[in-house]
Design a protein around this ligand. Structure first.
Ligand code: PLP
Ligand code: ZN
Length: 372
């Protein structure tokens, strides 16, 4: 890997990659500027999974890698409304969600710059993943969750030795409380850290590799903060820049109708606009995507636009129906994962005969939640 920098998306100011900061001095979110390298012969020699693309991940020394053996998740075909869709089984990660892709790289980076104490806010899965990788790295970890987070996720976080704190109010209240602690503990936010989505980008590498180094035509993803979507988009772009693929897939972002700020902006008359100040989310059973004020909203909307994609919103009734249906077809996932597939159903209804490969993901395991 060549020299990489942190760069502010708002004011373009650059910082060293080793600078222990979670945002720019101007308050803007950071990205990582560098040119990834792909070495095919190395990829084949390594165990399959995200770290087989080692040269494309911004971490200097192999010795700093914090891994729990992230698998190359299977792409399993599933018929949806008569159309075959390839489902990436992201619920099969060590802590039960795709978050492990981002957290494995983020914790590796934090370890490499000497961080020993972290704080993170989460609705559950990111916290569980942080707790696991912090434990693996020997770091102290504090997780702030909103009231009403799934009991199974809280149990998981506590069991791995993280300090768990419940914050009154919604997901945003937990994020605000974490920022308050950021003076004394490193704010290892999966929403703010660009290392997180440079980890999740490996989903794009894997899908292309599994399809014989071809991208799917359409990729349908859940969107809360958008870190999986951003990662996927960047991953496909890096593969295109490296000459492995010749086009990007259309990326369709799925949000819960009850909490869909990005879908609203995207479909509004001013898609470059800010989040509406008066936006009031309603509760949703898709707790993993209930993010009312996504930090990287401009970046996520630009990514969907560049891919010639779209946003789809799904109702609680649709999520519930798809959830039951997935369970009865043998896919033991959480309701948030079902929201994505409800979006796949809508997509196929809207575009009955799309050409080419449609891929999507099952983002979280069902064992953490009580089926409803
Ligand atoms: C975090 C999460 C998502 C959404 O990810 P974002 O990066 O916030 O868009 C989707 N599904 C599950 C199960 C999650 O845990
Ligand atoms: Zn800045």
């Amino acid at each position: 890997m060549n020299v990489a920098h942190l760069v502010c998306l708002d004011c373009q100011r650059e910082y060293s990659l080793d600078d222990p900061r979670w945002r720019c001095d101007c308050g803007g979110p950071l990205d990582i500027r560098y040119f990834p390298v792909f070495d095919i012969s190395n990829i084949w020699e390594r165990p399959p999974g995200m770290w087989s693309y080692r040269e494309a991940l911004p971490l200097k020394a192999d010795a700093q890698m914090v891994s729990l053996g992230e698998p190359l998740t299977p792409l399993v075909p599933l018929k949806i409304s008569g159309r075959e869709v390839l489902m990436k089984q992201e619920q099969l990660f060590p802590t039960g969600s795709y978050k492990d892709r981002g957290v494995s790289l983020l914790i590796s980076h934090l370890k490499s710059i000497g961080i020993t104490d972290i704080v993170e806010d989460s609705s559950g899965n990111a916290g569980a993943s942080m707790a696991a990788y912090a434990a693996r790295a020997g770091m102290r970890c504090r997780i702030l969750v909103p009231e009403g987070a799934s009991a199974g996720k809280l149990t998981q976080i506590r069991a791995m030795g993280a300090k768990l704190q419940s914050v009154r109010g919604n997901r945003q209240a937990a994020a605000d409380a974490a920022v308050q602690l950021a003076d004394s503990l490193f704010y290892a936010s999966h929403a703010w850290s660009p290392f997180f989505y440079h980890g999740t980008k490996t989903i794009a590498f894997e899908i292309c590799q599994q399809l014989g180094w071809r991208p799917p035509e359409v990729l349908i993803l859940p969107v809360g903060g958008g870190s999986l979507l951003l990662g996927a988009h960047i991953g496909f772009k890096e593969l295109k820049q490296a000459g492995f693929i010749s086009r990007l897939p259309r990326i369709i972002g799925v949000q819960a109708e009850n909490c869909n700020p990005l879908a609203r902006i995207f479909n509004s008359t001013d898609p470059t606009g800010d989040l509406p100040a008066d936006f009031l989310p309603l509760p949703t059973i898709a707790e993993g995507i209930a993010v009312s004020r996504p930090i990287r909203h401009r970046q996520v909307i630009a990514a969907v636009k560049e891919s010639k994609g779209a946003f789809i919103s799904v109702s609680e009734a649709e999520i519930q129906g798809t959830y039951k249906n997935l369970l009865h077809r043998g896919f033991y996932v959480e309701p948030t994962a079902a929201a994505t597939i409800a979006g796949v159903e809508s997509f196929i209804r809207l575009y009955p005969d799309p050409r080419g490969v449609i891929a999507s993901v099952l983002s979280g395991h069902g064992l953490k939640v009580q089926p409803v």
